[in-house]
Design a protein around this ligand. Sequence first.
Ligand SMILES: C[S@@+](CC[C@H](N)C(=O)[O-])C[C@H]1O[C@@H](n2cnc3c(N)ncnc32)[C@H](O)[C@@H]1O
Length: 227
Amino acid sequence: MQIGYEWNLSGKEIQMKPYYQNESVTLYHGDCLEVLPELGVFDLLLTDPPYGLPKDSSNGRGKLKNRSFNAGNIQIWDIAPDGITLSLLMKSAVQHIIWGGNYFELPPCRCFVVWDKCQPWDNFSKCEYAWTSIVKPAKLFKLDTRSYKKIHPTQKPIQLMEYCIEKVADKETVTVFDPFAGSGTTGVACMNLKRKCILVEMEERYCEIAANRLQSTEKELSEKLFY
Ligand SMILES: C[S@@+](CC[C@H](N)C(=O)[O-])C[C@H]1O[C@@H](n2cnc3c(N)ncnc32)[C@H](O)[C@@H]1O
């Protein structure tokens, strides 16, 4: 597959210029629905859409007040995609893994994924749920939510996205689409696993964070190659 500025699966020229691009990942800054018609069909939609946090959701007290979750002015972008948007996005891929799937109207599924966050506080979620369209037994992934640094308020661990690509999706998965990219975790996972990925993020400050992460990953991977 040819990778370059023209990379997409539809063979059409994409009007929007990438915000950042490397061999594996292309990041667009914009509304995912704007870019969507110009893309082709991916092997996997792996995403973590905003789901519209309830107004009374807990913000924590004491030390927890300063978590990046509370500092991120989350309300601005936390608008859940409607059913039409979600079904358009789902048409863009053969397999689907949607984090926060419990917040959306989706069909029954066999292979749901639970992330056990191994955290002790009862006023925060102990686990998160992904809906998938994949036909396999359900999966459980354990990783302490305190084990990685968050720069985006709802940032997922890289290992979780790697697990989704390697253990949940089909082995043949090569191309991945994340239309709600945030800090670019799906892109970093794709780089580590040598998959091709298109990311879209509408907030410029998160595009910048994602681009920096992707650039650092590129550097780390190329250093590994030489040492
Ligand atoms: C739940 S966060 C994703 C976090 C990501 N999984 C990570 O690890 O950083 C959802 C992201 O979708 C972005 N977003 C919301 N609506 C969007 C849209 N219509 N098009 C593109 N991005 C959108 C928000 O700005 C937010 O950063």
